[in-house]
Design a protein around this ligand. Structure first.
Ligand SMILES: CCCCCCCCCCCCC[C@H](O)CC(=O)SCCNC(=O)CCNC(=O)[C@H](O)C(C)(C)COP(=O)(O)OP(=O)(O)OC[C@H]1O[C@@H](n2cnc3c(N)ncnc32)[C@H](O)[C@@H]1OP(=O)(O)O
Ligand code: NAD
Length: 309
């Protein structure tokens, strides 16, 4: 079935396609992306439950959300401080946290995961929640690179499963890639599009192909960056400067890698290497492997390609 992001569904009258109105969202994974998605969903009137494995991570996530809301308010309510404070408090009141996903999905219209980029862990998570979430609940993944079809395969709600691929940092980046598998129902797809719109995002429609749209184009670029650096054709500083000034990118590739997280970058690249074993462009990078093995994951650990402390 072809999916049309902004056209009337082919073969459906609007009355026939009943969208699930997404009001309560459970977001699993309170890291960079999950916390950012929670911030945007909460500040656009959705009730959000943010789930992670322990309370310390959740406390840090909520503190980060509050800090980033202050950055938003500094611009949005520059001359109305009281209104700004009210905006922050209302958004924070929309956020609750839990370390037990199973106990909170009962009230969810959407369960969105932003956990570690590992297929089996994502499958196990959704496989368990499939038995606990209501029949109408939509499941979605924020994965950068894994097939949504494969993630969904551990559930019995293939028609109510899609992808919502946000970009980092979520409060700033306008784009969301909305991904339909061959089994995603039109109703589910439309609900995900409507949810993205209510978040204030601009969505594009994607098929469940490797890297969807952006990463399909970004990864080969990234892999060439690594080869160039390993050949000694340029320093990481000069490569970053060149791409910022030469292509107008806000960040150079090494800055971006440190920003995204080298663990996530490695998970993604290892997946591409495994899927393209004969393509030298996607061969694993010894440099990236070494940095991750040393725990140098970029901004989130204080050192990656660059030092941040
Ligand atoms: C191994 C070597 C090879 C390289 C590998 C490269 C990695 C890529 C691999 C693929 C990974 C895929 C990951 C994922 O699937 C897809 C993605 O998400 S790709 C990443 C997309 N994002 C980007 O490209 C980000 C580019 N950078 C920027 O847009 C900006 O640099 C920035 C991050 C917005 C920061 O802007 P700056 O001007 O530099 O700094 P400021 O701090 O002043 O921020 C500007 C402006 O934005 C507001 N702001 C910033 N962050 C937040 C936040 N988290 N919440 C709220 N507001 C925020 C800030 O207040 C500023 O506002 P202003 O006051 O200036 O109006
Ligand atoms: N970092 C980016 O720029 C970016 C952008 C778009 C999409 N993504 C994707 O989003 C996902 C998360 O990326 P991130 O950068 O936020 O990672 P992160 O490491 O910052 O956060 C992941 C969080 O998930 C938690 N977690 C792991 N397993 C869990 C489980 N079973 N149950 C509950 N919580 C669990 C971890 O404790 C951690 O807090 C990945 O799939 C990644 O590919 C990342």
């Amino acid at each position: 079935m072809a999916f049309f992001s902004h056209q009337v569904c082919r073969g459906f009258s609007s009355s026939a396609v009943r969208n699930v109105v997404i009001k309560h969202v459970t977001i699993i994974g309170g890291g960079q992306m999950g916390a950012g998605i929670a911030q945007v969903a909460a500040s656009t009137g959705h009730s959000v439950t943010l789930v992670d494995t322990n309370e310390d991570i959740l406390k840090k996530a909520v503190k980060g959300i509050e800090g980033n809301l202050k950055r938003v308010v500094k611009k949005k309510f520059a001359d109305k401080p009281e209104a700004g404070e009210e905006f922050i408090q209302k958004a924070l009141q929309n956020v609750s946290t839990s370390t037990d996903a199973g106990s909170v999905v009962r009230d969810s219209d959407l369960v969105l995961e932003a956990i570690v980029e590992n297929l089996k862990i994502k499958q196990d998570l959704f496989g368990g929640l499939d038995k606990l979430a209501p029949a109408h609940t939509i499941f979605a993944s924020n994965t950068s690179s894994l097939p949504i079809t494969d993630i969904a395969s551990s559930t019995n709600r293939l028609d109510r499963f899609g992808g919502l691929h946000f970009f980092n940092p979520v409060p700033v980046m306008k784009l969301v890639e909305v991904i339909a598998t061959s089994a995603t129902s039109q109703e589910t797809f439309d609900s995900l599009l409507n949810f993205s719109k209510k978040l204030g995002k601009t969505s594009v429609s994607c098929k469940d192909t490797p890297g969807f749209i952006v990463n399909r184009l970004l990864l080969p670029y990234i892999m060439e960056v690594i080869r160039m650096y390993e050949r000694g054709d340029g320093s990481k500083e000069d490569i970053d400067i060149a791409m910022k000034l030469g292509c107008g990118y806000p960040m150079g590739p090494f800055e971006l890698a440190d920003y995204v997280g080298l663990d996530t970058v490695k998970f993604i690249m290892d997946g591409w290497s495994a899927a393209n074993p004969d393509n030298p462009v996607f061969a694993q990078s010894e440099l990236l492997t070494k940095l991750v093995a040393e725990g140098k994951l970029g901004k989130k650990t204080g050192e990656g390609f660059y030092k941040y402390k």
